[in-house]
Design a protein around this ligand. Structure first.
Ligand SMILES: *[C@@H]1O[C@H](CO)[C@@H](O)[C@H](O)[C@H]1NC(C)=O
Ligand SMILES: *[C@@H]1O[C@H](CO)[C@@H](O)[C@H](O)[C@H]1NC(C)=O
Ligand SMILES: *[C@@H]1O[C@H](CO)[C@@H](O)[C@H](O)[C@H]1NC(C)=O
Length: 603
């Protein structure tokens, strides 16, 4: 280990002192720690408040003991003993009937220590019976989070209603969690809750994939070693695992819905826009759900992206590894302290969070992402399968900086975030999102006398369009134009968000999960039933709640204008159909989707 470190041609006094914990070293670390804590608190608050709803007053219920009848034998692998779950994840709601669960099953080899930064493959067979009775550790992420974390984190948790004969093969929702490819875990989606809540029997599989620098380290040396997009490739391995084994758990390998929210939704988009290469004509999933996700979301530049180069250099510098030759870079990384990797991975993410210039994102071109979403869209290389897709009304408000006060700040934010914007693009942006300071009837005026910065409304509208709202519209219209059944929604129900944020990103998460304790419980009942119906039948209406409005297909073929389900709180009309152009900024979306521009912006 020490050898690999001192092999670095760039060793300097600073790093040698690092070993002896000098004042200088400590100072350098403390700065990072300070940055880290600021954003960490924000993240914990954010995911705590919106990701999983609020804590509830009911007393906890004890789960039942493992049930001997739940042993599943997987050929060429081994046996797993499941358990029964009788309450939701937070133990605030007791189920009326139990859910069978096999949790924490390794779907692949584990990328730990010497296997770190490698693509994974089929797990080693074993004898005996392993307990699959708890979720197991999350993938390395925010190091002060409360979750147990490990590099050996590539597991699935599988949930199935109790008492349904195993030869009745059930449709499956395979769920990819969100968290901007740096946080999230099995606990991001309560699989047992969704199973319990569904009127029709179905299964849920939650999956973990590598996060942060461990999931995507966009360096030249990684490209040379064929090691880009490891997190996305983990997800693919998971899908192969389900094709091989989900029948053994009583699931139907021909009825798999791949779903996800935010980064999970982008991931679904990346797998969806992949009707080329080895998968052509034989997709590993049959339907898709993208909640605030799209393959053209935000941007997915390649390893040549200047900012990624800087971030990777900073990362390698901290772990004291050379960037060339590639083999030595990898050898050094594989013998580095896992803690150091975890620390600098999340610190660099947090340091970039203010400008939303996140590191550790999937890169294109790269494995499973040879073409970017806009090119695949143009070429028609995507699976034409049923899709349910949504964005929230105020996506951007959860992310944008709160200190953008002038037009210059506004334009500066964009120049930093999207270097590919031309001077003309910036002029267009200025006009499409009129400056509340100088334009009399700008819709982005901030109420006087509030603490919100003068350009907050404007920047959040523009960022929401760039990152989520218009990409979602783009993906919906691509599939619809190719004759695939599409159901589109605009999520307009908050979940305990501060009023000034409206309906920010992730407001829908607890609702589609059917979780208890949301701000409008009846909307959770309604919306999770649409989701379950889609998983079971490919149509959200088949088993919708009684009296639910019909969710019309989104159809923009031959120049037709699209219709979407707007899901508002009951006090504001509840769920109803609306014309898409009443719900989102169509002209701006047209602009972001322009094929030349989308290419220039790495979409
Ligand atoms: C397992 O669960 C089933 C159904 O709930 C029950 O009938 C059976 O007795 C249980 N078996 C064991 C070993 O606990
Ligand atoms: C599985 O769990 C049971 C019950 O808690 C325990 O007795 C057993 O030792 C565990 N088996 C393994 C392999 O850990
Ligand atoms: C964030 O962007 C601004 C320009 O909008 C820039 O001046 C600043 O250095 C950036 N901050 C970081 C941490 O990159």
């Amino acid at each position: 280990m020490v050898d690999a470190r001192s092999a670095s041609p760039e060793s300097d006094g600073d790093r040698i002192q690092k070993r002896t914990f000098s004042a200088r070293w400590l100072k350098r670390r403390l700065t990072v720690i300070m940055i880290f804590f600021g954003t960490t608190l924000l993240l914990i608050w954010y995911f705590g408040a919106f990701g999983l709803g609020r804590p509830y007053p009911q007393p906890p219920y004890e789960p039942t003991q493992p049930n001997g009848s739940l042993v599943i034998d997987l050929p060429k692998y081994g046996s797993f003993r499941g358990t029964q779950v009788i309450s939701n994840l937070r133990k605030t709601k007791k189920f009326s009937s139990p859910v069978d669960a096999w949790m924490g099953i390794e779907y692949s080899t584990q990328p730990a220590d010497k296997e770190r930064f490698k693509a994974v493959t089929w797990p080693e067979p074993f004898t005996g019976t392993r307990n699959a009775t708890s979720n197991g550790p999350a993938c390395f992420q925010n190091m002060y989070g409360s979750l147990g974390q490990s590099e050996a984190c590539l597991t699935v948790s599988i949930f199935r209603p109790s008492g349904i004969p195993m030869d009745q093969k059930l449709p499956v929702l395979a769920y990819l969690h969100g968290g901007s490819f740096v946080v999230g875990s099995h606990r991001s989606f309560d699989g047992a809750m969704f199973v319990q809540k569904s009127a029709q029997p179905l299964m849920v599989v939650t999956a973990q994939y590598r996060l942060g620098a461990l999931g995507s380290l966009p360096g030249d040396f990684m490209e040379r070693e064929g090691l880009l997009n490891l997190g996305i490739r983990d997800q693919k391995m998971m899908l192969r695992f389900l094709q091989r084994y989900i029948e053994n758990f009583g699931g139907d390998p021909q009825k798999i819905t791949l779903g996800g929210q935010s980064a999970g939704g982008h991931s679904v988009g990346i797998h969806l826009f992949h009707d080329y290469g080895n998968d052509k004509g034989k997709p590993l999933f049959h339907q898709a759900i993208l909640a605030s996700g799209s393959p053209t979301a935000r941007a997915f530049p390649g390893v040549d992206y200047a900012l990624y180069k800087k971030q990777v250099d900073h990362f390698m510098d901290y772990v004291n590894c050379p960037t060339t030759p590639a083999s030595q870079a990898l050898e050094c990384l594989r013998s580095a302290e896992a803690d150091d990797i975890q620390f600098i991975s999340s610190s660099l993410y947090n340091a970039n969070n203010h400008n939303i210039t996140w590191p550790w994102q999937p890169v294109s071109p790269g494995p499973l992402f040879q073409k970017r979403g806009s090119t695949s869209g143009e070429d028609g290389t995507f699976f034409k399968i049923p899709m349910l897709i949504s964005s929230t009304t105020n996506e951007g408000k959860a992310f944008v900086p709160h200190d953008i006060d002038t037009n210059n700040d506004f334009l500066g934010f964009w120049k930093t975030l999207v270097p590919g914007l031309t001077p003309q693009d910036l002029t267009d942006l200025d006009e499409m999102y009129p400056d509340p300071d100088t334009v009399e009837d700008s819709p982005y005026k901030t109420e006087v006398g509030t603490f919100i910065s003068a350009q907050y409304e404007r920047i959040s509208a523009a960022y929401g369009d760039y990152s989520y709202i218009c990409p979602v519209q783009d993906t919906a219209s691509r599939l619809s134009s190719a004759d695939a059944p599409v159901y589109k929604a605009r999520w307009n129900t908050p979940n305990h968000a501060p009023t000034y944020m409206g309906v920010p990103h992730a407001s829908d998460a607890s609702y589609f999960n059917g979780q208890v304790g949301t701000q409008y419980p009846e909307i959770a009942d309604l919306y999770s039933a649409y989701w379950a119906s889609f998983v079971v039948s490919g149509d959200p209406n088949t088993h919708a709640q009684e009296g639910a409005v019909t969710w019309e297909k989104y159809d923009v073929k031959d120049g037709k204008s699209g219709r979407e389900l707007v899901v508002s709180p009951p006090t504001k009309g509840g769920a109803q159909m609306e014309d898409e152009d009443k719900g989102i900024r169509m002209d701006q979306c047209e602009w972001w989707r322009d094929e030349d521009r989308a290419k220039r912006l790495n979409k």
